[in-house]
Ligand binder design. Structure first.
Ligand SMILES: Nc1ncnc2c1ncn2[C@@H]1O[C@H](COP(=O)(O)OP(=O)(O)OP(=O)(O)O)[C@@H](O)[C@H]1O
Ligand SMILES: O=C(O)C1=C[C@@H](O)[C@@H](O)[C@H](O)C1
Ligand SMILES: [Mg+2]
Length: 247
């Protein structure tokens, strides 16, 4: 795959934060070019040859359903892990917005929340969304709250398909209980997960494609996402092959 073709031209920035985000994004895209291992901590990349999913045509071109896709959903539904595996399967860049923000601020997510406040974190998210929606040849894994904010949601849905991953509160709890997600650092994280999920469910439903992740291996989820993206692209761009990347 020619990842050098991927990404975007740098975007002129109107704010200091915007300039930082742009610089970090370009660094991230460069770093991704040689990346063989999943950058998400605790994640074991799929061992099988998932490149078969990217559909190499007889001409040697890679056929993909889309050249840009975002993953949304609650914390612990697998956006980072599935997003990374999906990006390898489709031979696309991978951008994790949480990771990008830690690069921009130079602090971990819990540190950003504790020292800069959630408001600052959400401002970073808005800047990041403004930029990742200008990218092409990329899989974007969002933070759990990114899609909840209306402005972000509209920009993302306007840009392309947003795949929402789902899991039960119990699954989310099991997957996040040893982590340090600031919104779940409370006395009863499972109760917090239930409440927050209830509050957010209606908004996540506004995504384009919905995929369950409970009790399923990541390879199976990635395969379903790709199949559903092909279906989506058939419905949304009938006969318009120009919107499908083949490179
Ligand atoms: N299908 C799966 N089966 C088993 N474990 C999984 C699955 N998907 C993700 N996980 C694991 O669950 C944990 C949380 O996954 P991940 O970090 O991808 O979630 P996330 O949706 O990105 O969360 P956040 O919104 O907080 O960024 C990780 O340890 C990951 O390896
Ligand atoms: O659901 C949320 O609001 C969050 C999810 C994580 O991905 C991080 O973006 C942060 O911990 C906040
Ligand atoms: Mg994540």
């Amino acid at each position: 795959m020619d990842l050098l073709m991927a990404g975007s031209a740098p975007v002129a920035s109107t704010s200091a934060l915007g300039a930082e985000v742009e610089r970090a994004l370009q660094d991230e895209l460069r770093a991704d070019i040689d990346l063989q291992e999943c950058p998400v901590s605790g994640v074991i990349p799929a061992q099988d040859d998932s490149s078969r999913l990217s559909g190499m045509s007889t001409t040697g071109l890679i056929e993909r359903p889309v050249s840009w896709v975002a993953l949304a959903g609650f914390m612990g539904t697998g956006k980072s892990r599935i997003g990374w595996e999906l990006s390898r399967a489709l031979a696309l860049h991978f951008v994790d917005t949480d990771k990008l923000i830690t690069r921009v601020v130079g602090k971990s997510i819990p540190e950003v929340f504790a020292e800069e406040g959630e408001g600052y974190f959400r401002a970073c998210e808005r800047e990041v969304v403004g930029r990742v929606t200008r990218l092409d040849h990329a899989v974007i894994s969002l933070g759990g709250g990114t899609f909840i904010h209306e402005e972000n949601r509209h920009s993302l849905l306007e840009r392309g398909p947003v795949v929402v991953l789902w899991a039960t509160p119990e699954t989310v709890y099991q997957r996040t209980k040893h982590s340090d997600r600031p919104l779940l650092s409370v006395e009863d994280p499972l109760a917090r997960i239930r409440t927050l999920m209830d509050e957010r469910e209606g908004v996540y439903r506004q995504g384009t494609i919905h995929v369950h992740s409970d009790g399923r291996p990541s390879e199976e989820i990635v395969a379903e996402v790709i199949e559903r993206l092909w279906h989506w692209s058939d419905l949304h761009v009938p006969g318009d092959w120009s919107s499908r990347a083949a490179d």
